[in-house]
Design a binder for this molecule. Structure first.
Ligand code: EPZ
Length: 420
C-alpha cells in the first residue's frame, strides 16, 4: 500500500486545474448500459473508482476504452446483468448498475454494497422505488435479485433525498411505460448532469435542478457524446487547502455556482477569495475566524467537505462546531487529526474544534476518501514530517493529487508500497 511523505509549512503559489466530477461520471457510465451503440464521455477523471466502474461494465459485457480522459462505452452486446460482490464491496457506486440493468434486461443481480468504511449505508430507498416501478425484489446470500416483465411508471416519494436512489430511479424509469414522478429528489449538480445526459440520449425528464422530477418513458435511447461537469468536491478541497496553508492559489476549471455554500463559509471565516467565471483565487490571510458549519443536502454545505473544514479550523481563532446531518457517523478522521495536534472533541454528529497555535507532523492513516484529504491538508499545515498511510482511499477520488499539489509548491511525495 502506497503512502505519502509530507513536509508541512510551505506556502502554496500557482494554479490547480480541476478534473471531471467522480460523482457525476460514475452514474453516467452506468447509464451507458441503457443503450445499444457507442457512448463517448469526455473529461473522465483517471481514478480508482472510474477504473472499478470500467471493470464492472466489462463484466456485464460492455466494451470500454479509457485514455486521456476519454471513455468510450459500447454496451450493444452486454448480456450479464450481474454486479459481483468482489467489485461492489470496494465501491458503493457499483450499485448504480441496478437501475439500468433492470430497465434494459428486466432483471438484475447486484451484491449489497460496501464502499466507504463508516457506518451502515442502506439502499432501502433504491429498492422501494424499483418495487413501485414493478420490479420484484428478493435478497439471497448477500445479493439483491430483481425480476420484472417490464417497468411501469409510478409516483415515487423519497423519504430522504438520496443522491444514489435518485440516480438509480431516474435510470430505471426512462424506459418504463408511462409517467414516473420522483418527489424529494436530490438536486446535486451530479444528478442534474445525469438528467442532461439522459435527455441528450432521448429521454424525457422534466424538473432538472428541482426536487420533483417527471419522467415520461420512451421506447429507446440513442448513443451520444458528452462532457462531465467539473468536480466541485475536488475543487472545494483545493480551495480549503489554499486557505488553510496560505499563499496565492488559483483553482480553475470549476463552476462557482456549485460551491456557493462553501465560498460563503470561507468568506465568513475571513478567507481572501476572488470568484471568477470558472475559477476561484484564494490568497493569504491573517488568522481565520473559527466558523460553524452544518452539512446538508445540496445546495447546503456538502458532507464531502466536512472533514476538510475541520482541518481548516485547526488553527483558526476561537472555537466552532462542525455538524454532519447527512452522515451522522462520518468522523473517522477525528482521531487521526488529533494525532496531528488538532483540538477536536466529538459528541454525536458534532465536532467541536478549538484553534491551536500550530500542528505537528506525525504518522497517520487514511480511512475514507475525504477523511484522507483532511489529513493531507493538516499535514501541509503542520510543522515537520507526516507519513500518511493507506492512500488508496485518496486514489479513489482525487486525480493526480500529489502532482497537482507539488505544482503549487507543496512538499509531498508518494512512496510506493505493495499493490493491494
Ligand atoms: C453520494 O453517495 C456520493 N457518492 C457521496 O460521496 C456523498 O457523500 C453522498 O452522495 C451525499 O451527498 C457518489 O455519488 C458516488 P445518499 P450516496 O444516498 O448516493 C441515506 C464521496 O466521498 N440513505 O445521498 O450513497 C444514507 O445512509 C462519496 O465522493 C438511506 O437511508 O448518498 C445517508 O444517510 C462519499 N437509504 C443519506 O441517505 C437509501 O436507500 C444520503 O445518502 C439511500 C441513502
Amino acid at each position: 500500500m502506497d503512502k505519502f511523505l509530507i513536509h508541512g509549512g510551505n506556502q502554496l503559489y500557482g494554479t490547480i486545474k480541476v478534473s471531471g466530477a467522480k460523482n457525476a461520471c460514475l452514474p453516467l457510465m452506468a447509464a451507458s448500459l441503457l443503450v445499444k451503440g457507442k457512448i463517448v464521455i469526455r473529461n473522465v477523471p483517471n481514478l480508482r473508482d472510474t477504473r472499478t466502474m470500467k471493470k464492472l461494465l466489462e463484466i456485464i459485457g460492455a466494451e470500454v476504452t479509457f485514455e486521456n480522459g476519454v471513455m468510450e462505452i459500447d454496451a450493444t452486446n452486454a448480456n450479464n446483468p450481474e454486479a459481483p460482490y468482489e467489485l461492489v464491496k470496494t465501491m458503493r457506486a457499483s450499485f448504480y448498475a441496478l437501475g439500468p440493468l433492470t430497465a434494459r434486461f428486466g432483471r438484475a443481480k447486484i451484491s449489497l454494497p460496501g464502499g466507504c468504511a463508516w457506518g451502515p449505508r442502506p439502499v432501502d430507498l433504491h429498492l422501494k422505488g424499483i418495487e413501485k416501478l414493478g420490479g420484484k425484489v428478493t435478497l439471497d446470500e448477500g445479493y439483491i435479485n430483481i425480476e420484472t416483465d417490464g417497468l411501469k411508471g409510478a409516483l415515487l416519494h423519497l423519504d430522504i433525498s438520496s443522491v444514489g436512489a435518485t440516480g438509480n430511479l431516474l435510470m430505471a424509469s426512462v424506459l418504463a411505460e408511462g409517467e414516473t414522478v420522483i418527489e424529494n429528489a436530490a438536486r446535486e449538480p451530479e444528478i442534474v448532469c445525469l438528467i442532461d445526459f439522459l435527455n441528450q440520449m432521448g429521454a424525457d425528464i422534466k424538473g432538472r435542478e428541482t426536487d420533483v422530477l417527471r419522467i415520461n418513458g420512451v421506447s429507446e435511447l440513442r448513443p451520444i457524446e458528452f462532457e462531465v461537469i467539473p468536480d466541485r468536491i475536488e475543487a472545494g478541497t483545493y480551495l480549503i487547502t489554499a486557505a488553510a496553508v496560505g499563499g496565492d492559489v488559483l483553482v480553475e476549471g470549476l463552476d462557482p455556482s456549485h460551491l456557493k455554500a462553501v465560498t460563503d463559509k470561507m468568506l465568513e471565516a475571513g478567507a481572501n477569495i476572488e470568484i471568477n467565471e470558472n475559477s476561484i483565487r484564494v490568497s493569504s490571510t491573517d488568522q481565520l475566524r473559527a466558523t460553524d458549519v452544518t452539512t446538508n443536502i445540496y445546495p447546503g454545505y456538502p458532507t464531502d467537505l466536512q472533514a476538510q473544514w475541520i482541518a481548516l479550523m485547526a488553527t483558526a481563532k476561537g472555537k466552532c462546531v462542525v455538524t454532519d446531518t447527512v452522515y451522522e457517523d462520518r468522523f473517522t478522521h477525528v482521531p487521526e487529526l488529533v494525532r496531528l495536534g488538532i483540538d477536536v472533541k466529538l459528541k454525536g454528529n458534532a465536532a467541536t474544534v478549538t484553534g491551536v497555535e500550530k500542528l505537528k507532523g506525525a504518522p497517520v492513516m487514511s480511512t475514507d476518501i475525504r477523511a484522507s484529504a483532511s489529513m493531507v491538508i493538516a499535514a501541509l499545515m503542520a510543522e515537520g514530517r507526516t507519513e500518511l498511510h493507506r492512500i488508496y482511499h485518496l486514489d479513489r477520488g482525487y486525480e493526480d493529487l500529489e502532482n497537482k499539489l507539488r505544482g503549487i509548491g507543496a512538499d509531498i511525495k508518494r512512496e510506493k508500497g505493495p499493490e493491494i
